[in-house]
Design a protein around this ligand. Structure first.
Ligand code: NDP
Ligand code: GDP
Length: 326
């Protein structure tokens, strides 16, 4: 039986990846940082009904000794480093913490694998945010990077450390440059989920407006359930490599919000209020990915359209709020 160790097990991708690997018969080990709110920390895993199927090991990405123990105990064939301070806006308020968890955390994981399981295959959760101030209109593996936030700078360090450990020590280490991916399990602070949750509350009469920032930014949004398959496929290849994972379709924040309101028969313009508090010190205006390499080498393509995903998210948020209010 194959064993996988996943950091970021309580996050959106950790939940979907766990579900996917359990379905393939893996023994899944989660690297879990201690929380004072232990009763809610596994809410995403519970939503998928898999919380009892995962073996948890205590640890934090900042603590190399805990990482080494986790690797020694789980004896993984595959290690997925999904843990990070992942919210771009927060990274301007907590730049050093972001550097440590998102950047140095990946270096700690690479060291842990190099020391305790050098034969294991390693996946690093890199990000399209690394393209930042885009240097080409459509971004691929060969597009130069230009990070625009402490988050993106930390991810770039982690990306190059992954490449470096592959080239220096022969680790089977791959970096997935994933464009934005969402789902009903997306953190509520990210724009898609913020919108779908607000649409649900407005529809149910629990809210009357939605404060937002820059509606003109464009993102290439896919579904997390599709994207975790690409992570796994990367680790099934004979040679480790780097891959862009994207839909190839880019949409403005405003159009995405209009689609969410329209799904329940409402008009977005009647509810959205621009609030400067949601603007950023520096913006990433456009992300638009070219995932040809993933298609040709991994046989991977995005399966879910933005419209279908937004509809799924709005419906899930309506169901959540209905359950809550009884
Ligand atoms: P989430 O924010 O949902 O999950 C982040 C996870 O990291 C949580 O499990 C969190 O634990 C954990 N974590 C944070 N800090 C630490 C730490 N110091 N030690 C151990 N664990 C920690 O992210 P996603 O699931 O959306 O994304 C997964 C990864 O992919 C992240 O690295 C993200 O940056 C990257 N990525 C995501 C994209 C997206 O669109 N979703 C796009 C490209 C890259 P806790 O629950 O305790 O907070
Ligand atoms: P990011 O691409 O990782 O930063 O993902 P987000 O979902 O946080 O943001 C996507 C885009 O939506 C960015 O360009 C934001 O500036 C824009 N945006 C506009 N209004 C909001 C808002 O209210 N919240 C968030 N999170 N983003 C917003």
């Amino acid at each position: 039986m194959k064993r996988a160790l996943i950091t970021g097990i309580t996050g959106q991708d950790g939940a979907y990846l766990s579900q996917f690997l359990l379905g393939k018969g893996y023994e899944v080990w989660g690297f879990l940082r201690r929380s004072a709110s232990a009763e809610v920390i596994d809410s995403r895993l519970r939503w998928l009904g898999i919380e009892r199927d995962i073996r948890m090991i205590d640890g934090d990405l900042l603590d190399l000794s805990a990482i080494i123990r986790a690797v020694q105990e789980s004896k993984p064939h595959e290690v997925y480093n999904l843990g990070a301070q992942s919210f771009v806006k927060t990274s301007w308020n907590q730049p050093l913490l972001t550097g440590m968890a998102t950047g140095m955390g990946a270096a700690n994981m690479l060291e842990g694998v190099r020391i305790a399981a050098p034969e294991a295959r390693f996946y690093q959760a890199s990000s399209s945010e690394m393209y930042g101030l885009i240097q080409e209109p459509i971004q691929s593996e060969t597009t130069p990077f230009y990070p625009r936030s402490p988050y993106a700078a930390a991810k770039l360090y982690a990306h190059w450390m992954t490449v470096n450990y592959r080239e220096s020590f022969g680790l089977h280490a791959s970096s997935g440059i994933l464009f934005n991916h969402e789902s009903p399990l997306r953190g509520i602070e990210f724009v898609t989920r913020k919108v779908t949750d607000a649409v649900a509350r407005i529809k149910l009469g629990l809210a009357s407006e939605l404060p937002m920032g820059n509606l003109d930014a464009k993102r290439d949004w896919g579904h997390a359930r599709d994207y975790v398959k690409a992570m796994w496929l990367m680790l099934q290849q004979d040679k480790a490599d780097d891959y862009v994972v994207a839909t190839g379709v880019t949409t403005t924040v405003g159009e995405m919000a209009r689609a969410a309101f329209a799904h329940v028969g409402l008009n977005a313009e009647d509810y959205i209020k621009i609030d400067p508090a949601f603007l950023r010190p520096a913006e990433v205006d456009v992300l638009h990915g070219n995932a040809t390499k993933a298609k040709e080498k991994l046989g991977w393509v995005a399966e879910t359209s933005l419209a279908a995903m937004i509809a799924e998210m709005v419906d899930a948020d309506i169901a959540r709020h209905k359950k809550r209010i009884g």
